[in-house]
Write a protein that binds this ligand. Structure first.
Ligand code: PLP
Length: 426
C-alpha cells in the first residue's frame, strides 16, 4: 500500500510503522551493535539469510527506515544511506566498476564529483570521458568504448542549473547496454523521479534538500532494480563473490542485486556509513520535504523574476524562466518546479559581485546550497578560485557568477536584503 501512496504521504509516513504502544516517531538507535540469542541465528545474518542488523557499519534500524522511505519515494527496490553525497557517488560507482573500465559523464556535474571522477577514479584506473550534456545522442555514442560501463548525469546541474535530457541519456544507455546513474540532489524525488525516466541508479547528497536544515552531511543510493546486470559486462554482480561465501548477487537477490552488493561488499569493506543520529535528523527533515520544495520553487521563481528586471543584475539563469535555455526540458521533466537554486551576475562583474555579497545582511555567504536559509556564493572567488578567467568561462562558470540558493523565508525579506546590498554594490 505504501508504495502507492502519494509522495507527500510517503515523506511523512513512509517506512517506519509504530507497533502497539511503541514510539510514534522513528526512534534513534544509537548503537553500534545488536544482541542475538544464539550463534546459529547470528550466523544466518552473516550469510545474508536473515535481514536483521548485526553491526551499524552494515545496517541500523534508524538508517534502515530512512533508506526504505527514500527508496519508496524514488520508486526503487532498495537504498543504501552513506556518510556523505560524495560517499554515495563513490560507493555506487565502485560497486560496478573497476580498473580498466570507462565512464561517460556530463561535464556539468557538481565540481566535487567532477574531481572524484577525473582524479581519484582515474588513479584507480577507471577512465572517464566528460562531455557537454547538450550534444546530440549520436555524438555521445561516438565517445563510447568497448569498456564503457556507465553513463552519469545530474538532474539539475550544480552550479549551472542546466536540466538533464533524460530521454537522450536513457537512449544512450539502452543502446550501449550500460546503466544510467543520476545525481538527483537538487530536484529531490518530490520534483523529479529519474527511475521513471529511464535511469537505473539514483544518488543524492542528502546534505541538501532532503535534510533541508544544513545540519547533517549524508548521501543515499537508490537501486531502480531495472537493469539486467547479467549482460556479460558486470561479472562482479553475477559470478560468485568469494569474499561472501561465493554468493552471486544476481542469482540470490534478483532485482536487488546492485544494492545488496553495495552494502554487503563495498560498504562492508570501505565504511562510509552514516551515523544513526544523522539518519534520525535527516529522516525528520525529510518529513517536510514536499512542503519545503514547494516554497523553495515559489520563492526562487519570484527571485528570478525580480533579478531579471533589476537594473543592477546583468543576467539570471533559472530554468523556470520562459526564456531560459532549459525551460522546455524543465517543463517536461520538472513540471512542479526547478528547485531553489539559480545563478546571476551583478553589473560591474566580479568586484561588484563581491561588494554585493559582502553587503548582504540576512542572506549568508556559505559553502552550501539547498537548505531552508537563503545563501549565496561567488564560485570565482571561492570554489573555483584557482582557475583563470578563461578556464572559468570554459567550464561555464563566468567570473561574475553568483550562485543563489533561495530559502523558504518570506520572499519580501529576501528582496529587501538584496535591495540594500545592490545599493552598496553600485
Ligand atoms: C549535486 C551534488 N552532488 C553531490 C554533492 C556531494 O555531496 P556531499 O557534500 O554531501 O558530500 C554535492 C555537494 O554540494 C552536490 O551539490
Amino acid at each position: 500500500m505504501k508504495n502507492n501512496w502519494k509522495i507527500e504521504t510517503q515523506a511523512v509516513q513512509g517506512a517506519y510503522e509504530a507497533g502497539n504502544a511503541e514510539a510514534r516517531v522513528l526512534p534513534l538507535y544509537q548503537s553500534t551493535t545488536y544482541r542475538y540469542d544464539t550463534c546459529e541465528e547470528l550466523a544466518s545474518v552473516f550469510d545474508l539469510e536473515q535481514d536483521t542488523p548485526m553491526y551499524t557499519r552494515l545496517a541500523n534500524p534508524t538508517t534502515d527506515a530512512f533508506e526504505k522511505k527514500i527508496a519508496m519515494m524514488e520508486g526503487g527496490v532498495g537504498a543504501l544511506a552513506t556518510s556523505s553525497g560524495m560517499a554515495a557517488t563513490s560507493i555506487a560507482v565502485l560497486n560496478i566498476l573497476k580498473s580498466g573500465d570507462h565512464i561517460l559523464a556530463a561535464s556539468t556535474i557538481y565540481g566535487g564529483s567532477f574531481t572524484l571522477f577525473t582524479t581519484t577514479f582515474k588513479d584507480l584506473g577507471i577512465e572517464v570521458t566528460m562531455f557537454d550534456p547538450d550534444i546530440e545522442k549520436d555524438e555521445i555514442i561516438k565517445l563510447a568504448k568497448p569498456n564503457t560501463k556507465l553513463i552519469f548525469g545530474e538532474t539539475i546541474g550544480n552550479p549551472l542549473v542546466n536540466i538533464l535530457d533524460f530521454e537522450k541519456f536513457a537512449a544512450v544507455a539502452k543502446e550501449l547496454d550500460i546503466p544510467f546513474m543520476v545525481d538527483n540532489t537538487f530536484a529531490t524525488p518530490v520534483l523529479c523521479k529519474p527511475l521513471e525516466l529511464g535511469a537505473n541508479i539514483v544518488i543524492h547528497s542528502t546534505s541538501k534538500y532532503i535534510d533541508g536544515h544544513a545540519s547533517c552531511l549524508g548521501g543515499i543510493i537508490v537501486d531502480g532494480g531495472n537493469f539486467n546486470w547479467d549482460n556479460g559486462k558486470f561479472p562482479c554482480l553475477v559470478e560468485p563473490d568469494e569474499s561472501y561465501h561465493g554468493v552471486s548477487y544476481v542469482k540470490n537477490f534478483g532485482a536487488s542485486a546492485f544494492i545488496v552488493k553495495a552494502r554487503a561488499n563495498v560498504m562492508r569493506n570501505m565504511g562510509m556509513t552514516p551515523s544513526p543520529f544523522n539518519s534520525y535528523l535527516t529522516n525528520l527533515g525529510c518529513e517536510t520535504l514536499h512542503l519545503r520544495m514547494e516554497r523553495h520553487c515559489e520563492n526562487a521563481m519570484k527571485m528570478a523574476e525580480y533579478l531579471k528586471n533589476h537594473e543592477m543584475c546583468s543576467w539570471v539563469k533559472y530554468p523556470g524562466l520562459e526564456d531560459d535555455k532549459y525551460h522546455n526540458l524543465a517543463k517536461k521533466y520538472l513540471p512542479k518546479g526547478v528547485s531553489g537554486v539559480l545563478t546571476f551576475g551583478v553589473k560591474g562583474g566580479r568586484d561588484a559581485g563581491r561588494k554585493f555579497i559582502n553587503a548582504l545582511k540576512m542572506v549568508a555567504l556559505v559553502t552550501h546550497v539547498s537548505d531552508v536559509r537563503s545563501c549565496v556564493l561567488q564560485p570565482a572567488s571561492t570554489t573555483h578560485r584557482q582557475l583563470s578567467d578563461e578556464e572559468l568561462i570554459s567550464c561555464g562558470v563566468s567570473p561574475d557568477m553568483i550562485r543563489f540558493s533561495v530559502g523558504i523565508e518570506n520572499v519580501d525579506d529576501i528582496i529587501a536584503d538584496f535591495e540594500q546590498a545592490f545599493e552598496c554594490a553600485k
